[in-house]
Ligand binder design. Structure first.
Ligand code: ZN
Length: 187
């Protein structure tokens, strides 16, 4: 395993659309290594999720780590989710807003509103089709990660630019506006 370098805002790799992979590819040694490296990289940098373009790979792959509460809510058997070839369907157009952070935009926070309930269809780490429903903050985490696979970053979705701030200023002046009520880890 290895910690990979994270691409930062401005690097063209973050703006490319990712390609879908075959089930055979998912079980290849190269892709298994990529998943392991992404997990190690996410843990090293203290993120709650990571998408493949953030480590310079344009394949439709993201990983998300749940906290205990989210794991219980989803009835998930493990805290870490590997998502290949994900597709999102919006189940509730009503939006929720959170101050998001991103490992590719280090030190910054921005307020983004997104649909509050979604369905995600994907292939798991064994290439098996899965579907899950996420709401609230978790729905935001999924949409943030899966946007990366289309070359979209959360900064593109900040409607009110006065709600884009350095982490310290966010903590000082804006944390109370956050529905989450606290700074979530970057994604
Ligand atoms: Zn991100």
């Amino acid at each position: 395993m290895a910690i990979r370098k994270i691409a930062r805002l401005g690097h063209p790799v973050l703006r490319k659309k990712c390609r879908e992979v075959t089930r055979e590819e998912i079980s290849s040694p190269e892709m298994r290594r990529l998943v392991k490296d992404m997990i190690e990289t996410m843990h090293e940098y203290g993120g709650v999720g990571l998408a493949a373009p953030q480590v310079h790979e344009n394949v439709k792959l993201a990983i998300i780590e749940y906290d205990d509460e989210q794991q219980a809510e989803l009835g998930a058997s493990q805290p870490l989710l590997v998502i290949w070839n994900a597709r999102v369907k919006v189940l509730d157009e009503a939006t929720s807003g959170f101050w998001e952070g991103c490992l590719s935009v280090p030190g910054m926070r921005g307020y983004v509103e997104r649909p509050s309930k979604i369905e995600v269809s994907y292939l798991d780490e064994r290439g098996k089709p899965q579907t899950l429903v996420a709401s609230g903050f978790l729905a935001t985490v999924f949409q943030h990660e899966l946007d990366h696979l289309d070359g979209v970053l959360y900064v593109d979705k900040i409607a009110d630019k006065t709600k884009f701030a350095f982490g310290e200023e966010y903590a000082r002046y804006h944390v109370e506006e956050d529905e989450q009520g606290e700074a979530a880890p970057p994604e």
